[in-house]
Structure formats: structure tokens, C-alpha cells
Ligand binder design. Structure first.
Ligand SMILES: C[S@@+](CC[C@H](N)C(=O)[O-])C[C@H]1O[C@@H](n2cnc3c(N)ncnc32)[C@H](O)[C@@H]1O
Length: 292
């Protein structure tokens, strides 16, 4: 049998993924082959003619088979990129989405307008993506990041350590605000940011297989109408925010008004805005707390 070179493997795997209707077939092939060969994607192209040894081919075969069963590439290779930062990913965490970068962007914009040390809370942190992205781009922030999943927090811990942020990001396990109560002094947070589970029970059934069958349900499902966590956040958030501080929530594509209404009812916000993402869907709700 002729040698399998990197070039041949790329061509074959890409075509296989096209036939199996896998998303982004070329990119998926590059990511998996680069991971198995411990190379960057660029190196694949500079070493096109290099033969691939048998043990690597066996490993590749296994991963390609799993990918063709719709297992997300990020879980197969154990990493993903978010806000230009490489993050470790395990199947206990949601894979961070490009849409969430808008939430991070708005959070950083808000912090840059304030002066002095800023205390930030990232609720539902998952693999720690939002907390790490803010900490790396805004050095004056100390962050408390919480999640109900201990397994997700273990991955977050490794991401925090990978970027040497242990002294600025504290990870706590528990239900929404519960783990914060013994932590904060009376003055509260400058920014509370959160990408909660917000898929409704009905929509959950219609998600793509790679999401529905592989990503953790507790990271996706927000109850019957998808708004459960927003209701619970709206009930409690006031006592955790400083005057003039902001609450920023990622929302589902049509949830902006419903979440805005929930926050308006609290009476504690001066201004509430809905922002659209690059697909023109509702994506972020930003609420600034009244000054005294
Ligand atoms: C949509 S994922 C967001 C993960 C990450 N922040 C991101 O943007 O990629 C939601 C996360 O909320 C966590 N979660 C679900 N219910 C929670 C609760 N009641 N309290 C705290 N975290 C919760 C899940 O474990 C999951 O990690």
C-alpha cells in the first residue's frame, strides 16, 4: 500500500467529511490531523509530502469515525479557540461559541470606561471562557467565576492555570449566586456577566445532533420556555451589583425582549439595551444599575 502523506490524508478526510455532511469539512479535517500529528494547521501545509506513521493513522481513523458520528471536533481534539485564546475543552462543558465573543466585547468595553480595580462575576462559566477572555484583555479585573458543574470547573481550572490567572480568577461551585454570598463585601460587583443555559425544552429536541447528543444538557436547557435562569437572576441580581454597575446576559435569538421585560420589572436598572449579533439575532442584554 502506498504511503499516506499528509496531503493525501487531508484530501481523503475532507472528502469523507463532505460525504458525511460534517460541518466545515476542510477545517475539521485540518484540526483533527494537526492534533493527531501534534502540528499546527500551517505545518500541515509546509510538510505536505511527509508520510504518516501507522500508529498515527490508527488514531486518526478512530477520530474520523467519531467525527462522522457527529461528535464535535472540539471534544475530539480537546481544545477550541475563543476570543483568539486557545482553551481546553472536555465534554462536561459547552463548547464556547463565536456569538459569545460579543458578550465579552461589551463587558470589556464597559470595564474600560471605569477607573480602578474592577470586580467581575462570570456566572455559569463552563470551561472559564468568558472569565479568561476578560482577565487576559483587562488586567485591572478580578473575577469570580461560578458554575453548578464541578466537572466543568475542573476544565476551567486548567484553563485558568494555562494562562497563569489563578491570582485573578477564583472558581466556585454552586447554584447561580449561592457561592458568592460568603465571598463579596457589601459593595458588590462592577460587572456581572453570564451566558446561561437558554434553550427551551421544545427547541432542545430540534437541535443539531452534534449539539443535542454530545453537549451537556445542563449547559443548554433553560426550562420550558428557556427563561428559567434569567428569572432567577432577575430576582436576586440587585443585591450583588454596585450602583452604576452592569449586568450583561447572553440571550437566545428571539429572547431579547422577554429578558429585557424581566429586568425592567426589577426596577433597579437605569437603562436596558438589546444588542444583535452578526446574524442580526438578539444576542446580548445589557442593563446598567441606577446610581443612588
Ligand atoms: C451555556 S453554558 C455557558 C458556558 C460558558 N460560559 C460559555 O459561554 O461558553 C451554561 C453553563 O451554566 C452552567 N449552569 C447551569 N445551571 C446552572 C446553575 N443553576 N448555576 C450555575 N451554573 C449553572 C452549566 O453547567 C454550563 O456550564
Amino acid at each position: 500500500m502506498p504511503d499516506w502523506t499528509i496531503q493525501k490524508l487531508l484530501t481523503w478526510t475532507t472528502q469523507y467529511f463532505i460525504d458525511k455532511k460534517i460541518d466545515s469539512p476542510r477545517l475539521s479535517a485540518e484540526l483533527i490531523i494537526a492534533s493527531v500529528l501534534s502540528m499546527s494547521r500551517i505545518e500541515l501545509y509546509t510538510q505536505f509530502d511527509k508520510p504518516v506513521p501507522k500508529d498515527k493513522l490508527d488514531r486518526l481513523h478512530e477520530l474520523v469515525k467519531r467525527a462522522s458520528g457527529n461528535e464535535p471536533v472540539a471534544y475530539l481534539i480537546g481544545k477550541t479557540e475563543f476570543y483568539s485564546i486557545e482553551l481546553e475543552i472536555t465534554n462536561n462543558c459547552l463548547i464556547p461559541r463565536p456569538e459569545t465573543e460579543l458578550l465579552v466585547e461589551r463587558g470589556i468595553d464597559f470595564l474600560r470606561k471605569r477607573s480602578g480595580k474592577q470586580l467581575v462575576c462570570d456566572i455559569c462559566t463552563g470551561c472559564g471562557s468568558i472569565a479568561v477572555a476578560i482577565a487576559r484583555n483587562f488586567p485591572d479585573a478580578d473575577i469570580i467565576a461560578t458554575d453548578i458543574s464541578d466537572a466543568a470547573l475542573k476544565t476551567a481550572e486548567r484553563n485558568v492555570e494555562k494562562y497563569g490567572l489563578q491570582h485573578r480568577i477564583k472558581l466556585l461551585c454552586g447554584d447561580l449566586f449561592d457561592p458568592l454570598i460568603p465571598q463579596i463585601d457589601k459593595s458588590g460587583f462592577d460587572l456581572i456577566i453570564c451566558n446561561p443555559p437558554y434553550i427551551s425544552a421544545g427547541e432542545l429536541e430540534n437541535l443539531d445532533k452534534n449539539v443535542k447528543d454530545f453537549e451537556p444538557k445542563e449547559a443548554l436547557c433553560g426550562g420550558i420556555d428557556g427563561l428559567d435562569i434569567y428569572r432567577r437572576i432577575a430576582k436576586k441580581v440587585d443585591e450583588f451589583l454596585k450602583p452604576g454597575a452592569a449586568l450583561m446576559l447572553e440571550v437566545g435569538y428571539s429572547q431579547g425582549q422577554a429578558v429585557k421585560d424581566l429586568l425592567e420589572k426589577t426596577g433597579c436598572f437605569a437603562e436596558i439595551k438589546i444588542e444583535k449579533d452578526f446574524h442580526n439575532n438578539d444576542r446580548v442584554v445589557i442593563a446598567e444599575k441606577l446610581q443612588p
